[in-house]
Design a protein around this ligand. Structure first.
Ligand SMILES: [Ca+2]
Length: 524
């Protein structure tokens, strides 16, 4: 096993070196450019998916008119690190061994894997990366890179820490950390809620929300948009070499801070809360209820309700979505003003969904559709082979983020890469109404899976507990049908789609990590 591993690694090094030394060919110059936009913790609250009736995303609406909106797209894992590891490697979490946030980075866990930008670089592309792409900031993903602070921005990371004198207040009804933003005093948390998760730690509490009196460029997400625009302007002056540009936005990941003008978009509106069912958890196992109620990745629903913050949190999430939408607008404007306007494929994806009180949960890292379903928009080039593809269309066939790697290879005419787990979505870009019998797998920690088909969704936990939902008639997944005899056949058919692997890979390159759900999965 060890020998095979070293051999594969050596081959990869050789291949990467060859790619670096290979000059772009005339053939490469004709290939489309790629704008690859990732957004963190974004659910279906965008205009094209109509997940929230009041959200304002004019630029994503504009992008949707340019291509296909995938309405039934799911992540490979509902957490940053494993989801992104799967996207960039094209391998499932149980193949990479990257199943949680506190595990290895993909480049450490699978050094033999050629990640998407590396495959493009080998094909003669110039590659650029900015912002949160892989879970870990790390130089070397692309040739040109820019990684500013995003998480706590507009605050400096050290500016959010409680002093020893302030710390006793952090878990109290009156938490107060005094800091400064652009010369003005600010008290955190803005939402004045006690910390559910880390009251004894001096670190800032990220389950917070509110407007900040700054400009877009005072946040990391504004800075990466500006940097990406500059690359588009510069690079398109030398069109002999196609480019791959990956841009990773951090909001609407918590803390839900955004410039005040984006909160003002929702001022005066009677903001609607998510639709929930009071006794929704009654038909779940104790295991399911624990996944719902534990404040592992954000905070506790009971606290949000107790402090009267539900509407404020929903408003802040909407504001952050509109803030990111505005940054995406800057990218689209730059593309349209450039010679690459018609010869660029634009891919927009979120790494997993996010609960805002549905199933009494806040955050991600559950098997329900609120966590697994993701926004996915793909706009193929308006010139060349895809010139006549439909625009402004919606595809309801089940697809996965695991499909992005083979889709990009197909759309850009790159050499195939054997062993990728997904399928090219180019046939669906051409015929979005195609219906297949595909089922998409999502893994949440070791041994827990959900399976998504065109109509049914099935969950199985590592301890054997099951849930079955009829997505066509119960889109909120309120009624668990797993125990009903009339649904036994479909339950068994869905269960048969689970992979044989139900534990972590245990070979030398992927030592087993501690099992169980850990709070350290929460950050960042
Ligand atoms: Ca229920």
């Amino acid at each position: 096993m060890k020998i095979l591993f070293i051999s594969a690694f050596s081959f990869t090094l050789w291949a990467v070196c060859l790619g670096l030394l290979t000059a772009p060919t005339a053939d490469a110059a004709d290939r489309p450019n790629v704008l690859f936009i990732a957004v963190d913790d974004l659910n279906d609250w965008i205009g094209p998916l109509r997940g929230h009736p009041q959200v304002k995303t004019p630029h994503l609406d504009r992008l949707a008119k340019r291509g296909v909106t995938f309405a039934n797209a799911h992540c490979a894992a509902p957490l940053c690190n494993p989801s992104r590891a799967a996207v960039f490697s094209g391998l499932q979490p149980f193949q990479t061994g990257v199943l949680a946030n506190d595990e290895k980075a993909i480049r450490t866990a699978r050094p033999d894997a050629v990640l998407i930008p590396q495959h493009f670089q080998q094909a003669g592309y110039r590659t650029y990366a900015t912002g949160k792409l892989l879970h870990q900031k790390g130089a070397g993903l692309c040739e040109a890179e820019f990684y500013p602070e995003q998480r706590w921005s507009p605050f400096a990371p050290e500016a959010v820490n409680y002093t020893a004198a302030e710390l006793p207040s952090k878990g109290s009804a009156n938490p107060r950390h005094h800091t400064v933003l652009k010369g003005r005093p600010v008290v955190l948390p803005l939402n004045r809620m006690p910390s559910d998760r880390a009251a004894a730690s001096p670190g800032g509490e990220s389950f917070d929300w509110g407007p900040v009196d700054v400009d877009d460029s005072d946040l990391g997400d504004g800075q990466i948009a500006d940097w990406a625009v500059q690359q588009i302007r510069t690079q398109t002056t030398s069109p002999a070499q196609p480019w791959f540009l990956a841009v990773g936005f951090y909001r609407p990941h918590i803390p839900l801070f955004a410039p005040r003008k984006y909160f003002d978009l929702y001022a005066g509106l009677d903001i609607q809360l998510p639709v929930v069912k009071a006794d929704d958890l009654d038909d779940l196992s104790d295991t399911g209820r624990k996944w719902a109620r534990d404040p592992v990745t954000a905070g506790s629903h009971a606290s949000v309700v107790k402090h009267g913050q539900w509407k404020a949190a929903v408003t802040a999430y909407l504001a952050c979505v509109s803030f990111i939408d505005a940054q995406i607008g800057k990218l689209l404007d730059a593309i349209d003003a450039s010679p690459a306007a018609d010869n660029t494929i634009i891919v927009f994806w979120g790494d997993h969904g996010w609960h805002l009180g549905e199933k009494e949960h806040w955050g991600k890292w559950t098997g329900w559709q609120r966590s697994t379903r993701v926004p996915l928009l793909i706009a193929p080039p308006r010139s060349g082979a895809t010139a006549n593809f439909p625009r402004g269309a919606t595809c309801s066939d089940p697809v996965g983020l695991i499909d992005l790697y083979p889709t990009l290879i197909d759309a850009c005419g790159l050499a195939a890469r054997p062993g990728l787990a997904g399928e090219s979505l180019v046939p669906l870009l051409k015929n979005p109404t195609t219906a297949s019998d595909r089922h998409i797998l999502t893994a949440f920690d070791a041994g827990n899976f959900s399976v998504t088909g065109a109509r049914w969704r099935y969950l199985r936990y590592a301890d054997g507990n099951e849930e079955l939902y009829d997505s066509a008639n119960d889109p909120h997944e309120w009624t668990n049908l797993a125990g009903r005899p009339e649904h036994r056949a479909i339950r068994q058919a869905m269960a048969a789609r689970l992979p044989v692997v139900t534990a972590r890979p245990t070979d030398a390159s992927n030592p087993p990590a501690e099992s169980g759900r850990k709070k350290k999965n929460a950050a960042p």
